[in-house]
Design a protein around this ligand. Structure first.
Ligand code: HGY
Ligand code: MN
Ligand code: MN
Length: 439
């Protein structure tokens, strides 16, 4: 009995060593069996959402704010625990690195951003960032070593003009650094606040060839995938975005004593301008969009005719020339409105614009075939939202994976994606990275 037991135990032990041994011999696991921990992704989405909540309970982890700094510190702690040895580059981007078997190969990079718009949602950018970390932890837990080194990149200030990714590809200018961020700091001061070094911004630049490939997982932020009941979006192109500060100058005067035909009402002119923007943008076929997203009226009193109005104009399209054409039309309409209302309408183009970018066709195919091999439905589509990927595309083959946004809502506290969709997206990202690694 004793002997039999001993033999039984020893064979189990041997078997154990055999299995354990094979686990240790890198990658004996069939990578297709690797899959992410969906619960951990979801719980971290809710964890990160706690940073930057303002006194009204609104999500306010806006770039360079206290919430952004705290959220980044929390994320970097997790990166440290995952062995990524996180650092912050001169533009404030967080970089985490994992060795591969072959250090001579260029890194495969993935990630996104964790800053948000004011009163925004909990999934825009955070999904791609948390999923990137999840990939590393899944590989760690399975002792899986890729051929290529891996890099997790969390870009700084995506929402305020994709500042970190523009800087990484050498596209940030002094004007861009002096432009005001959402919380009123200049971009340069904001970069300093998150641990960057704007005086030495060039040091963060990556050249063509420095990154083997870049893939970003992101929520769609629109309603197409949900409407067509498709699980995975394969992004083919990302729109260009241009912003203008628009100033309408009239003449502030007494609202009671000034006859209607004697007024230079800046807000009336601004209102006609806003309608004109919508008319110009919708006057031609296509998927272009144009928005006046912010307005400030001076002096802002019942009994004073507005003397000055500041507006924010944004135009987006996959075709940069069409953006210029539409803006020219809007300028013409503005001149006519100014003349008829005896006001002055001027435009100041903002430095931090984004060019349209097509994603890499080869990577699109890998994402598509990977998603299908995991049993998901897919759709090739463009992104109406801007992303860091459109800048990384300047220096490396880049691609994006979308998952559905419930109700097509984003940049809103109502933004939501299901845990299942998030895990689906993260698994497509994981298997895509492993496929790229083997090519
Ligand atoms: O504005 C955008 O399109 C992106 O969410 N930053
Ligand atoms: Mn985003
Ligand atoms: Mn966004």
């Amino acid at each position: 009995m004793q002997r039999r037991k001993f033999i039984k135990q020893s064979s189990l032990t041997l078997a154990g060593i055999g299995v354990f041994g094979s686990l240790l011999s890198n990658n004996r696991i069939n990578e297709i069996n690797l899959s992410v921990n969906g619960k951990r992704i979801e719980s971290r989405i809710f964890e990160l959402a706690k940073f930057g909540v303002d006194e009204k309970g609104r999500g306010f982890r806006v770039a360079y704010s206290k919430g952004d700094i705290e959220g980044r510190a929390w994320f970097m702690e997790l990166m440290k625990k995952a062995g990524l040895n996180p650092s912050i580059d001169a533009a404030g981007n967080i970089i985490g690195k994992r060795n591969g078997k072959n250090p001579s190969l260029k890194p495969i990079a993935f990630g996104s951003h964790i800053d948000m718009v004011p009163d925004g949602g909990n999934y825009d950018g955070t999904l791609g960032s948390i999923a990137a970390l999840e990939l590393i932890e899944t590989l760690n837990e399975n002792n899986f070593l890729t051929e290529h080194p891996l890099e997790v990149i969390i870009f700084g200030n995506e929402e305020g003009g994709t500042i970190g990714s523009k800087a990484m590809v050498g596209d940030i200018t002094n004007d861009g650094l002096n432009q005001k961020s959402q919380i009123g700091l200049t971009m340069a001061d904001g970069i300093k606040a998150i641990g960057g070094n704007p005086e030495n911004i060039q040091s963060c630049i990556r050249k063509k060839g420095d990154i083997h490939a870049w893939v970003e997982l992101h929520i769609e932020q629109g309603g197409i995938l949900e409407k067509e009941k498709i699980q995975i979006g394969v992004v083919e192109g990302i729109v260009g975005i241009v912003h203008w500060e628009v100033t309408v100058e009239g003449f502030a005067n007494h609202a009671g004593a000034t006859q209607m035909n004697m007024r230079q009402d800046a807000l009336l002119a601004a209102s006609k301008f806003i309608v004109a923007v919508n008319e110009v943008i919708t006057s031609i076929k296509g998927t272009q969009v144009g928005t006046v997203g912010k307005i400030a009226v001076q002096p802002g009193a019942y009994n004073v005719i507005p003397g000055k109005v500041q507006l924010g104009l944004e135009i987006r399209d996959l075709n940069a020339a069409k953006i210029e054409l539409l803006f020219k039309e809007i300028e013409k309409r503005a001149a006519a409105i100014a003349a008829s209302s005896k006001t002055k309408i001027s435009f100041e183009r903002q430095a931090n614009e984004s060019k349209p970018a097509l994603t890499d066709k080869g990577l699109q195919q890998i994402i598509d075939s990977t998603a299908k091999s995991l049993g998901f439905t897919t759709k090739l589509m463009q992104s109406g939202a801007g992303h860091d990927s459109q800048h990384v595309a300047d220096i490396a083959p880049s691609a994006m994976i979308f998952i559905p946004s419930v109700g097509g809502i984003s940049h809103s506290p109502k933004e939501f994606s299901t845990a299942t969709d998030m895990a689906n997206g993260a698994n497509v990202l994981l298997q895509t990275i492993l496929k790229i690694d083997k090519l």
